[in-house]
Ligand binder design. Sequence first.
Ligand SMILES: *[C@@H]1O[C@H](CO)[C@@H](O)[C@H](O)[C@H]1NC(C)=O
Ligand SMILES: *[C@@H]1O[C@H](CO)[C@@H](O)[C@H](O)[C@H]1NC(C)=O
Ligand SMILES: *[C@@H]1O[C@H](CO)[C@@H](O)[C@H](O)[C@H]1NC(C)=O
Ligand SMILES: *[C@@H]1O[C@H](CO)[C@@H](O)[C@H](O)[C@H]1NC(C)=O
Ligand SMILES: *[C@@H]1O[C@H](CO)[C@@H](O)[C@H](O)[C@H]1NC(C)=O
Ligand SMILES: *[C@@H]1O[C@H](CO)[C@@H](O)[C@H](O)[C@H]1NC(C)=O
Ligand SMILES: *[C@@H]1O[C@H](CO)[C@@H](O)[C@H](O)[C@H]1NC(C)=O
Length: 416
Amino acid sequence: MMLVVLRVVVCVHMLIILDLSYCDIQGPISSPFSNLTRLTSLNLAENHLNGSIPSSLLNLQRLTDLDLSWNKLSGQIPNVFDRITNLQTLSLHDNNFQGMLPSSLFTLTRLSQLDCSYNQIEGPLPNELLSNNIIGWSKFSGKFPQLEYLELSNNKLEGKVPKWIHDIPSLFHLKLSHNMFTFLNGSIPSSLSNLHHLVYLVLSRNNLSGKIPNLPSSLFTLTRLSQLDCSSNQIEGPLSDKVAFSNLTELFLEALQLLSNNIIGYSKFSGNFPQLKYLELSNNKLEGKVPKWIHDIHSLIHLKLSHNMFTSIGPISSPFSNLTHLTSLNLAGNQLNSSIPSSLLNLQRLTHLDLSMNDLSGQIPNVFDRLTNLQTLSLHDNNFQGKLPSSLFALTQLSSLDYSNNEIEGPLPNKL
Ligand SMILES: *[C@@H]1O[C@H](CO)[C@@H](O)[C@H](O)[C@H]1NC(C)=O
Ligand SMILES: *[C@@H]1O[C@H](CO)[C@@H](O)[C@H](O)[C@H]1NC(C)=O
Ligand SMILES: *[C@@H]1O[C@H](CO)[C@@H](O)[C@H](O)[C@H]1NC(C)=O
Ligand SMILES: *[C@@H]1O[C@H](CO)[C@@H](O)[C@H](O)[C@H]1NC(C)=O
Ligand SMILES: *[C@@H]1O[C@H](CO)[C@@H](O)[C@H](O)[C@H]1NC(C)=O
Ligand SMILES: *[C@@H]1O[C@H](CO)[C@@H](O)[C@H](O)[C@H]1NC(C)=O
Ligand SMILES: *[C@@H]1O[C@H](CO)[C@@H](O)[C@H](O)[C@H]1NC(C)=O
């Protein structure tokens, strides 16, 4: 297969665009590609290529787009990007590349998309972008002036998130998750709010620390943001920035994930998130009542508040009743100690409900005929009493039901 393909290729020296993605090609990248000197776009994604990138591949001086993603390539990425200065998109993700990112990569001033995620790349990012040996270059401000998409997640990168990342005005997609990054001054800096075009900001699973009020005041001015994920870092402090959250009427945030930090309190926090669909604040130290502003996010589809210290579902008589789009509600591992308010079971679209590991008591209300879409129901490790309600057994979509470790009594129905 490989030989046949390459014969064809070598005959076609005039080739400008070559797409051999999904072709089942195995073995190393062979040298004939380097004779295709007119090539501007080379796509070898989704094959079984292994070995390292031959540096001859990067002799293709006209190359603007190179995609080697989803292969088994390994070794260091060769430090010869100064030969292909026209490169605009580079996709190396989902391989086994090791070592540091080569310094010449950071001279590619025309880059608009760089994706090196899901490799074993290690070491720090350069503090400064290197000059390109062009006289007078240092006077240019942005050195990645066209970069829109920067994806370095799931590697072994460490050290500080360099200042130049905060200075790429065109960036709309920034994902650095699953590395060991820290920020310059320890906490998430306000200068990230220079990135006015950001739509996706994912910093989860790093070593970022900081007080939570610092996070909103800088980031929540990014009005195009649709995903903000700072989960599993070392962020701590009260969720109580009354200033920064007051003007959020146009924040197009669709997902806010701050789970697994050390966030405490929320009392003064008053967000207004008209588009928020996905909210996760689980594994923090939030206590007291589930705050009113959460009950007011009409757009929510997924709400996960598990493993906090909430003692009450809400300040109002019919909690969550306005969240009519909710399909998944997880309140597990809190200290809720009332009975289940029957209004909770008005959420007709609910497919997943987890109330396990609380101190909920009383009878389980017999109103499951309202929840006909329910697929999973976890009520285990509470203090529920009485019989299982008959309406529970009419749930035809249910695939998982766990009510262990309660004080439920009586027989199960003979027939469903
Ligand atoms: C590539 O080009 C070089 C020099 O032009 C030539 O010697 C070599 O045979 C070519 N390789 C292939 C596989 O065509
Ligand atoms: C590449 O894969 C082939 C089998 O497809 C294997 O024989 C060869 O040893 C591999 N080479 C490397 C460098 O892993
Ligand atoms: C770090 O702190 C110094 C001194 O407080 C400040 O001048 C600088 O702007 C901060 N850097 C960032 C990225 O926030
Ligand atoms: C995480 O950051 C702290 C300082 O903020 C530092 O002492 C520690 O070594 C860092 N951990 C890793 C794994 O980089
Ligand atoms: C919120 O909006 C008001 C009125 O437009 C303005 O005066 C205030 O500075 C804004 N607050 C923030 C934190 O942007
Ligand atoms: C539901 O929303 C309406 C309209 O925004 C509001 O008046 C009412 O107080 C809300 N109810 C609850 C229980 O939050
Ligand atoms: C529930 O817990 C709160 C706070 O710990 C307590 O004040 C209240 O009496 C408890 N209610 C019940 C029914 O146990």
